[in-house]
Design a protein around this ligand. Sequence first.
Ligand SMILES: Cc1cc2nc3c(=O)[nH]c(=O)nc-3n(C[C@H](O)[C@H](O)[C@H](O)COP(=O)(O)O)c2cc1C
Length: 356
Amino acid sequence: MTLYSRVRPLAFKLPAETAHDLGKRTLRAAQSSWPTRTALSYAYRYEHPALEVDLFGETFPNPVGVAAGFDKNAEVTHALEALGFGFVEIGTVTPYPQSGNDRPRLFRLREDEGMVNRMGFNGQGMERVKSRLETDGTPEFPLGVNIGKMNSSSEREAIEDYRRVFDRLSPFADYVVVNVSCPNTPDEFDEASPEHLRSIFETLAAENDADVPMLVKIGPDEPDDAVLDLVDIVREFGLDGIVATNTSTSREGLESPNRKEWGGLSGKPIEPRSTEVIRTIADYTDGELPIVGIGGVDSPESAYEKIRAGASLVQLYTGFVYEGPSTAKRINEGLVELLERDGFASVENAVGADLE
Ligand SMILES: Cc1cc2nc3c(=O)[nH]c(=O)nc-3n(C[C@H](O)[C@H](O)[C@H](O)COP(=O)(O)O)c2cc1C
């Protein structure tokens, strides 16, 4: 029995966001004390050459990252590194602070091993995040920065929002993700329309003198032809990859009472569709376009399935909440065994293995 399996029933008695805040405060305290941080690294980090992934000009120590939304304001990047993750994507970061939607806005769906959130881009804004990255220093593992617009912005203002956050935070980023797929922010216009995407990418390309790798994050509810249209635009602008997928508005097949809450569904229920989106993109691009796969990853098998479907890296949020601090270590240890079982020398060799 792990320590977390004893703590979890207590944590799950608290409202989900209170438990999340408490967890983050604990991680923040742990990262600010050198002995605790070292002890965490000692207990949770697992290194193996087969896990290393070279991508975006960086070496990821392993392919298992923390998804956007967990560390919106870059408060615990060093603690997440000590817990053995291979990278973290901070954000979504907006130009100014935003309080997001009213609480409660985060719900566990325990029977379904999922969550519903309607946080609504709550965050401290780019200046606070920038100064925290300066004060704390960036972690050694790769850092992704997920950028978004203010909830009140019009279509034209949104372009300027992305430009400003990119300008401010891309110097700290190993890759930047344009998030146009959040299902719980006000949608005054279609954020994922080809015209809007083209304006964003054109603007950011003109800003990107340092050639920071740029990706776009897509939702699981888009039909396949819309996914492929997006891939065409990604290629037209020479973007570096796609993050698939964000949360879903679907409630199909759910049992938990909290399925009635509105917002974005994450975790196990979205796993099949998110893997299908990854496979669709990888098929269409002959595995040439890097994919960061997310949605229901919580075990070596679920990470491996996404890798074999075409993801070079995976991320998780909900799985971390359910599985606790040893999640990355457990997944990475298991991945090495799965690779050995199937005769792959490395994660990189297994990417897209299930494609025809
Ligand atoms: C509470 C919560 C907040 C999130 N906030 C963001 C966000 O700010 N930006 C973003 O791109 N994705 C956000 N996500 C989506 C996750 O990054 C991820 O795409 C999704 O949860 C699916 O992964 P999972 O099944 O491992 O949770 C959030 C998810 C959760 C549960």
